[in-house]
Design a protein around this ligand. Structure first.
Ligand code: ADP
Ligand code: ZN
Length: 209
């Protein structure tokens, strides 16, 4: 099954994707995680995108499309994937349609207030990208990832000014994808406000899994 997870920052796309890959056994492909790994490893891609990402703006379409095209060409993605954080612009959606045919687009529905509450207090694992939260999902041991033992940190783009910028960018450039995919009959809406366990149940029900 080929799925796109669409929704504002902080909607819980990455958290749900991590749970859903156990159910449908496809790779979770997060462009944000790929960029952050490149930044940590100081690769040419990482050096190029670091300041853009820290400020909450989007990496250019050409770079992002090339990255995803390459990733979807790998064997493990042949029969399915969850694309988390891509496409984020109409240009990216049109490019994707040229190299892959998605089955469903899952739209995470959550008001801005919910987003701001979740992103403030979020902590991310440097090694595996798993998210925790100081209020909604504390790690078992403070500062340490439950999944892999990696160090938890606050992303530079989870600061207040960058969060505001990301929401603006989402509204202007990414939200138009909702109508784009609805017109194609691919959209499945899910209420992203409840806690993660409940969202998994809603997801299964709405996708008939
Ligand atoms: P979130 O969903 O929490 O905003 P992501 O981890 O998906 O964060 O993305 C973090 C940052 O990586 C984005 O703010 C953006 O700068 C960059 N990025 C990720 N995916 C894309 C994309 N498809 N196009 C352009 N930039 C992207
Ligand atoms: Zn980890």
């Amino acid at each position: 099954m080929k799925l796109i997870f669409l929704g504002p920052p902080g909607a819980g796309k990455g958290t749900l994707a991590a749970k859903v890959v156990d159910i449908i056994k496809v790779p979770h492909i997060s462009t944000g995680n790929i960029f952050r790994s490149a930044i940590a490893a100081k690769t040419p891609l990482g050096l190029k995108v670091k300041s853009i990402i820290d400020s909450g703006r989007l990496v250019d379409d050409e770079t992002t499309i090339a990255l995803v095209r390459e990733r979807l060409g790998q064997d493990d993605a042949a029969s399915g994937y969850i694309l988390d954080g891509f496409p984020r612009t109409i240009a990216q959606a049109l490019a994707l349609a040229d190299f892959s045919e998605v089955d469903k687009v899952v739209n995470f529905d959550i008001p801005d207030a919910g987003v701001i509450e979740r992103l403030g207090g979020r902590q991310t694992c440097r090694e595996c990208g798993t998210n925790f939260h100081l209020v909604f999902g504390r790690p078992k041991q403070e500062g340490v990832c439950d999944t892999c033992g990696g160090e938890l940190y606050t992303r530079d783009d989870d600061r207040e000014d960058a969060i505001r910028r990301r929401l603006e960018v989402y509204r202007e450039q990414t939200a138009p994808l909702i109508d784009h995919y609805r017109k194609q009959g691919l959209l499945v809406d899910i209420d992203a406000r409840p806690d993660a366990g409940e969202v998994v149940a809603i997801f299964r029900k709405n996708l008939g899994l």
